[in-house]
Design a protein around this ligand. Structure first.
Ligand SMILES: *Cc1c(COP(=O)(O)O)cnc(C)c1O
Length: 228
């Protein structure tokens, strides 16, 4: 596991969350958009700061890092914990007691594993918005079939999650729009899309949940990936 960075003081995280909410409200004044504070790369203090600041959830990417913080926090994250990293089935049993929402289910066997170890859990289906098959996520054309299959397990499929091509702008907007259309077609309410660098594009396209790390906690240590 990498060395974890100390987050900024809780008051500073609070000011940054206010700024993130201002960016959201400017584009979506009439609806609530949840902020998932992505704490990967930072110590457990980041989760406490996010809680004090009034974020809606905490997001973690890596099983080992999450479990170390779970111990440090004595299980008291303060906020619902979202798993936003690559799901390794052998890690699911240990993660299950801590995780409230699995945002990155994109293979039936991952869903089956979550259903077995966390019956009734809420999951989102991760859709690959980049067209790069080396990246995680089900192809958009395979989403309906996967949602139907997952819905036959003991799971609640709450919506879709996606990571846009890096760089924001028109390409990100197009990707987010396709995800929104897909969720609309399937009657799914939750749309987890938008990170620090493409928050505006995502909110403008109907995001209901943004996943924000760097805007709240600062840059992560060099070499730490943006996404799994
Ligand atoms: C790291 C990560 C984020 C947060 O990214 P920032 O650029 O720090 O806001 C969001 N979603 C996923 C899946 C991530 O891995």
């Amino acid at each position: 596991m990498r060395t974890l960075l100390q987050p900024p003081p809780a008051e500073e995280v609070g000011r940054r969350l206010t700024e993130v909410r201002r960016r959201i409200t400017a584009l979506a004044p009439d609806r609530a958009v949840k902020v998932v504070a992505v704490t990967k790369g930072f110590t457990a203090a980041a989760a406490l700061a996010a809680t004090a600041a009034g974020a809606d959830a905490v997001g973690e990417n890596y099983a080992d890092e999450l479990l170390a913080k779970h111990v440090a926090l004595d299980g008291k994250w303060g906020l619902p914990l979202h798993f936003v990293g690559a799901i390794q089935r052998r890690r699911v049993p240990k993660l299950a007691p801590a995780v409230a929402c699995w945002e990155t289910v994109w293979r039936p066997e991952e869903g089956r594993s979550v259903a077995r170890h966390a019956p009734g859990a809420t999951v989102l289906v991760e859709v690959n918005l980049t067209g790069d098959t080396a990246r995680p996520g089900v192809a958009i054309g395979g989403t309906a079939k996967l949602v139907a299959e997952l819905s036959s397990f003991d799971l609640v499929v709450g919506g879709l999650m996606g990571v846009a091509p890096l760089g924001g702008g028109a390409a990100a907007r197009t990707a987010f729009r396709s995800l929104r259309h897909c969720a609309d077609d399937l009657g799914l309410a939750e749309l987890s899309m938008g990170m620090t660098d493409d928050l505006e594009e995502a909110v403008a396209e109907g995001s209901t949940m943004v996943r924000v790390g760097r805007a709240l906690f600062g840059e992560r240590a060099a070499g730490s990936p943006i996404a799994p």
